[in-house]
Design a protein around this ligand. Structure first.
Ligand code: UGA
Length: 435
């Protein structure tokens, strides 16, 4: 198939690369000429495990091209995917102006029947608006279909999520685009479900909100665990063995973040409100998430008392492991709040330090994770990077002026931390150590 992807952000770039990987001819379009040049020269603007190899392989095989011309992408392809940002606005709604602009650009370049696929995360009924827009602005009066095809990839695991999806969701208004969409996705070997456009749009918002709800649920349970001495990981393991519940996304933490869950929750609440439904359940999910961060900071303050001039080491700046993305990162929020209290920070992240520098101006960025604790009053774990589990704990204990660790991601075993002589406070598990 000849495919064009408009927008080379996380979703667009990985989608384009993976479409080429299964044999399609792909053009990736971006209006940022510098980014297009970087990609044409074999560079890569984001860190995503495995992506560089896939990009290189398909560029050299001649299946993947980059351009800043939307017209070129539209003219040369049968199926055009829109993967541009849909950023949040102050009232929780979504800014759809990039989608609208791209829809107009596509309509101006159409030279025959095209399938226009919305891949960006959008509120229900956006497909209808895209369709109206193309109809209004398309001077060539050619036929087209608008399709909704939400993306379920996780940052940090994007290539494998895309190559081996649990399911592919395709919302259509007529039968005409069905066969072509099937051909696009058949090589991935996943179940493909066809729905109407509104249902496909809702599947995305409802899925992300449900996953966020699952995290807030276990975080609420972690508060009860804290109050009773129960262990939230054992509770999650026990719950997760029920196939109806499942263990994934039941890791208690200092809260979820990133460019998707917080934004999609707000957008879903907002569109529900516009449609006359007060989605109180999801407002509670947001409240629990904010409270979880407050509670974690309170643990730190209750232990260290005055934070002014205290030296604190923080491991983790990205919003989760395996990414350099710091957008809406709980780790960054934590650092900023500690700094506001007057704490002096030494920070480290395996990938996100460059992007974090602008957000944490006064912090000291440390290259080696084992050196972060040097001279600190306490060490905080803020992101669930696997490699933090390999921290040299003996060395860290000696480096700290007091062996205190706050673990916002439950990476270590409390019994082991106690044996090593730490005062160790985590999430939803009894604290150990201390005098
Ligand atoms: C999320 C969804 O998981 C994807 O399916 C979706 O495609 C994507 O949003 C999107 O809409 O584009 P992502 O934001 O990349 O993916 O990251 P997740 O792995 O879902 O993690 C989100 C946040 O939840 C992170 O801050 C993570 O640390 C936190 N989390 C996750 C927990 O606190 N506990 C868990 O058990 C799982």
């Amino acid at each position: 198939m000849k495919l064009t992807i408009i927008g080379t952000g996380y979703v667009g770039l990985v989608t384009g690369a993976c479409f080429a990987e299964v044999g399609h001819q792909v053009i990736c379009v971006d209006n940022d000429a510098a980014k297009v040049k970087l990609l044409q020269e074999g560079g890569i603007p984001i860190y995503e495990p495995g992506l560089e190899e896939v990009l290189k392989r398909n560029v050299s095989a001649g299946r993947l091209h980059f351009t800043s011309s939307t017209a070129e992408g539209v003219e040369k392809s049968d199926v055009i995917f829109i993967a541009v940002p849909t950023p949040p606005q102050a009232d929780g709604s979504v800014d759809l102006s990039f989608i609208e602009k791209v829809a107009r650009e596509i309509s101006g370049a159409m030279n025959g029947y095209k399938i226009v696929v919305d891949k960006s995360t959008v509120p229900v009924r956006t497909g209808e608006k895209v369709s109206e827009t193309i109809k209004r602005y398309c001077k060539a009066r050619v036929d087209f279909d608008v399709v909704s095809n939400p993306e379920f990839l996780r940052e940090g695991f994007a290539v494998s999520d895309l190559m081996k999806p649990d399911r592919v969701v395709i919302g259509v208004r007529s039968q005409r685009p069905v066969q072509a969409m099937r051909e696009v996705y058949e090589p991935f070997g996943a179940p493909i479900i066809f729905t109407d456009i509104s249902s496909a749009e809702l599947i995305k918002h409802a899925s992300n909100s449900f996953l966020a709800l699952k995290i807030s649920y276990i975080n609420a349970v972690s508060v009860i665990c804290d109050a009773t001495g129960a262990n939230v990981q054992e509770v999650a393991n026990g719950m997760g063995m029920d196939a109806r519940i499942g263990r994934r996304f039941l890791d208690a933490s200092l809260g979820f973040g990133g460019s998707c869950f917080p934004k999609d929750l707000s957008a879903f609440i907002n569109i529900a409100g516009q449609l006359g439904y007060d989605f109180g359940l999801l407002k509670e999910v947001q409240r629990i998430n904010a409270e979880q961060m407050n509670r974690f900071i309170k643990k730190i303050v209750d232990t260290l008392w005055v934070l002014k001039d205290k030296k604190i080491g923080v491991l983790g700046l990205a919003f989760k492991q395996n990414t350099d993305d710091v957008r809406m990162s709980p780790a960054i929020e934590l650092c900023q709040r500690l700094q506001k209290e007057g704490a002096v920070l030494r920070v480290h992240d395996p990938r996100a330090m460059d992007k974090a520098r602008a957000l944490l101006k006064d912090a000291t960025f440390v290259e080696d994770m084992n050196e972060v604790a040097e001279g600190c009053d306490a060490l905080v774990i803020a992101t669930e990077w696997e490699e933090f589990k390999k921290l040299d704990l003996e060395r860290v204990r000696k480096a700290l002026s007091h062996p205190i660790m706050f673990d916002g991601r439950n990476l270590f075993d409390p019994a082991e931390m106690q044996r090593l002589g730490f005062l160790y406070k985590s999430i939803g598990r009894a604290e150990v150590g201390g005098q």
